[in-house]
Design a protein around this ligand. Structure first.
Ligand code: CO
Length: 360
């Protein structure tokens, strides 16, 4: 029996900046193993699990990305401070004053992004934003050779946020880093668990992609490896339910069920698939939210554009404070996202898939 809460905590705590997803891949591989007939990796590291259907039957691809936003060592200063490159979309303000783990060949090194003390600042300087180029990580090294030789820090080493996942004050909220997109991975694993005993008239591909945060790179290659008939991407959604964000900017709320994106800057959902998901949610009385975003990119766009084009949709778990050390999801939304995707999948057969692929 899958323990969803335990799985979510384990996934959030795993370190996997874009391009360095190994720890996450090991968890996903272990979790998917009982549910799939085969598993392989593509040439950039995306993990492709297959629950095989009859020969020449349709291929349904679920995708969720393993990477999280992180940093990468640029160089070590003569004084032993670490200068870095960002991996993925960080606000400079979210980087400072945080704990990080530099993933060296000798193991994890704890560091902090120091911030200048306000004691020495003018009123003018206190109101300013600290720019990325001036930021650094302090690992307590004596100098450059101490950082490099003793601690093993090298240019190109990945750096992951340090933040331990936990249930928040007895609520259904779970606090943690990297819900983008470990929440989606948990949904994917949960769906594969829920359909494990079903003999389906199609193949289901559970694809854990790499390098989403730096340009949907793993979804690109894995979509070509699978060549799906239908693509369901599972992501962290954008909640707009806290002070400082407006409903205009994002419409999802935590605890109000999964959402579908009706617009983001990378894709519009297939309209048949959109209506199919909406109908399915109605049939099982499951609240479904909608989000129309001006920005955001997600892996569904790569499935949609692969080969001759694939009907695709992005299904999300509402998330607050994305791309920071401390983001929030609601366990109930993860459960209902699993229920929604499971129910959608179980309604499919080759004729339904053909219908979804049809344009009038
Ligand atoms: Co994401």
């Amino acid at each position: 029996m899958l323990n969803l809460e335990t799985l979510l905590l384990e996934l959030s705590n795993a370190q996997g900046p874009s391009g360095f997803e190994s720890e996450v891949r090991q968890i996903v591989r272990k979790e998917l193993k009982p549910y799939v007939t085969s598993m392989e990796t593509d040439g950039v590291g995306s993990l492709i699990g297959l629950k095989t259907g009859p020969p020449n039957s349709p291929k349904i691809m679920l995708s969720a990305h393993m990477d999280e936003v992180g940093l990468l060592v640029r160089y070590v200063t003569p004084d032993g401070f670490i200068k870095f490159q960002t991996l993925g979309g960080w606000l400079d303000q979210a980087i400072i004053g945080q704990r990080w783990q530099i993933m060296t060949s000798k193991g994890g090194v704890l560091g902090i992004t120091g911030i200048k003390t306000p004691h020495v600042m003018s009123a003018d300087e206190r109101g300013k934003i600290f720019k990325g180029e001036g930021l650094f990580i302090d690992v307590g090294a004596k100098d450059k050779s101490d950082a490099e030789d003793r601690l093993g820090i090298k240019p190109g080493d990945p750096i992951a946020p340090c933040a331990k996942a936990e249930k928040l004050n007895g609520s259904d909220f779970i606090l943690g880093k990297a819900w983008d997109d470990r929440a989606g991975l948990a949904v994917m694993i949960g769906v594969m668990d829920s359909i494990k005993d079903k003999d389906l008239p199609f193949s289901v591909y559970a694809v854990a992609t790499v390098q989403e945060e730096i340009g949907l790179r793993g979804a690109h290659t894995s979509s070509y490896a699978v060549h799906p008939d239908i693509g369901l991407n599972l992501e962290s959604g954008v909640a707009g339910d806290y002070p400082s964000i407006s409903q205009y900017e994002a419409q999802e709320k935590l605890g109000a069920g999964p959402a579908i994106f009706l617009h983001d800057s990378s894709m519009l959902p297939n309209l048949n698939l959109r209506d199919f998901v909406i109908e399915t949610a109605k049939e099982i009385d499951l609240p479904l939210q909608f989000n129309v975003l001006s920005g955001y990119g997600q892996d569904g766009a790569e499935m949609q554009k692969a080969f001759e084009g694939t009907p695709a949709i992005n299904i999300t778990v509402p998330t607050r404070y994305l791309h920071s050390h401390n983001s929030l999801i609601n366990l109930k939304d993860v459960e209902s996202a699993i229920k929604l995707v499971e129910t959608c999948i179980l309604k499919l057969d080759p004729a339904v898939v053909e219908g979804l692929k049809n344009f009038d």
